[in-house]
Design a protein around this ligand. Structure first.
Ligand SMILES: Nc1ncnc2c1ncn2[C@@H]1O[C@H](COP(=O)(O)OP(=O)(O)O)[C@@H](O)[C@H]1O
Ligand SMILES: [Mg+2]
Length: 408
């Protein structure tokens, strides 16, 4: 479980200083919705935001130096906001469950004397129970790899350095490039760190490519779609086996969008490969993924993604409209909204250029990215623009307001 209430990023490429939602250090904003759509002109920083989430994931699965180099980031010097002398900084304000006290995670990545990026500071804080206004206690704090962590589900130290309650352990990390939450989160006794790590590990960035989905796939039922969707058949195979009713429901859903498809079925070949059979009205032989349109594969992938068993808690999708018929987009947005619901189990970030998609959203769900005069990203919620909230409450569709230049 887990949900981001707010995020702040500093010195990450064009994201020199952005804040979205509510933070511990700045409670002025509203908590982020479960559905967050980001719009804005080309180059305004939407993909950079997706990449910042990907960067954090990469820091977890490898180390901060490898993360700076991965996925065409080009290393720390390319990544840091141009002309900035400060370090890369992230602050994530998150809630584990609906009613639980938020936790704030801060991460600073700087360049060391040896010219290589390392973890300069990491901190996790949470307020004590029944202490709504007091300052939160740190239960992990590492500076240059040295510091402390608290075991168990409560406890921590205040800013004056006094242990208020709990079991404090001194910690020193062997590798300055590895995150402390990864090392400590692997140990049962640091249960809060473990939970946070589990949350971060469940993030999923979707860069679905129909061509990847058309690749030959060997049968191996798989729970989760990978970044490009090259295991689409395996995920379908898994759901078909594990949850046939849900699978049937997805097909029924898809049939309302792509009306000539009557059935989609995973089929294992004698050589161990798995293919998807698409049955269409009027034909007595099925078609395989290789012959299906990009849009059909994409819609199928998105619907599978939305109905995963043990879903990833945070999903980031870039420009889902690419390759989709415009009339499917509002439905897709509605399905996405319905799917994430209002609880703390699932959150969806989407970048989009489509007013059709945005039409299904509320002003609180849409963020506008623009560049300021210095060339860095500014993030504003659509509800902050004059008239937009009022007009939307009166029934105007948000995408139409955007298109008519009321905002964005
Ligand atoms: N280190 C950096 N410092 C400042 N700006 C950067 C840095 N690296 C890339 N950029 C800028 O960030 C922008 C990246 O935009 P991007 O996130 O791809 O936008 P979008 O997805 O909204 O089209 C580009 O305009 C690029 O010039
Ligand atoms: Mg982009």
């Amino acid at each position: 479980m887990g949900k981001i209430l707010g995020i702040a990023i500093q010195n990450y490429g064009t994201l020199k200083n952005i804040k979205m939602g509510q933070l511990f250090s700045d409670r002025t904003g509203r908590e982020l919705d479960n559905m967050v759509a980001i719009i804005g002109p080309n180059g305004s920083g939407k993909s950079s935001l997706a990449d910042a989430f990907g960067f954090i994931s990469d820091c977890i699965s490898s180390d901060v130096e490898s993360a700076c180099d991965a996925n065409n980031r080009g290393g720390y010097d390319q990544l840091i906001s141009q002309s900035s002398n400060d370090a890369i900084h992230f602050e994530i304000y998150y809630r584990e469950r609906e009613k639980s006290r938020p936790i704030t995670y801060e991460l600073t990545i700087a360049k060391g004397k040896d010219g290589r990026p390392y973890v300069k500071e990491e901190r996790l804080r949470q307020r004590r129970p029944n202490n709504k206004s007091g300052r939160p206690l740190s239960f992990l704090h590492l500076l240059d790899g040295k510091g402390y962590a608290f075991e168990g589900v409560e406890g921590g130290q205040n800013d004056e350095g006094t242990v208020v309650e709990g079991n404090k352990e001194t910690v020193e990390l062997a590798d300055p490039r590895k995150l402390g939450i990864v090392t400590l989160g692997a140990m049962k006794q640091y249960s809060r760190i473990e939970k946070f790590l589990t949350f971060l590990k469940s993030w999923y960035l979707c860069y679905f490519s129909p061509d990847s989905a058309r690749q030959i796939q060997t049968a191996a039922p798989t729970q989760h779609l990978n970044r490009t969707g090259s295991n689409l058949n395996n995920v379908a195979q898994y759901m078909y086996r594990e949850n046939p009713t849900e699978f049937r429901r997805i097909l029924d859903d898809i049939q309302t969008k792509i009306s000539n498809i009557t059935k989609i079925e995973p089929m294992k070949l004698p050589n161990g490969q798995i293919v998807l059979e698409f049955w269409q009205d009027g034909f007595n032989q099925p078609f395989f993924s290789q012959r299906m349109s990009d849009g059909t594969l994409k819609l199928f992938a998105y619907y599978l993604l939305l109905h995963e068993r043990n879903p990833r808690q945070l999903v980031f999708v870039e420009e889902p409209e690419n390759g989709l018929y415009h009339k499917h987009l509002a439905d897709l947005a509605i399905e996405m909204k319905r799917n994430v619901g209002t609880g703390s189990s699932k959150q969806l970030f989407v970048t989009t250029h489509s007013p059709f998609f945005v039409n299904a959203l509320s002003p609180e769900q849409v963020w506008v990215f623009e560049k300021d005069k210095d060339g860095f990203t500014v993030a504003r919620q659509a509800s902050e623009y004059d008239f937009v909230k009022a007009l939307s409450e009166e029934g105007a569709s948000l995408g139409d307001l955007w298109y008519s230049q009321y905002f964005g």
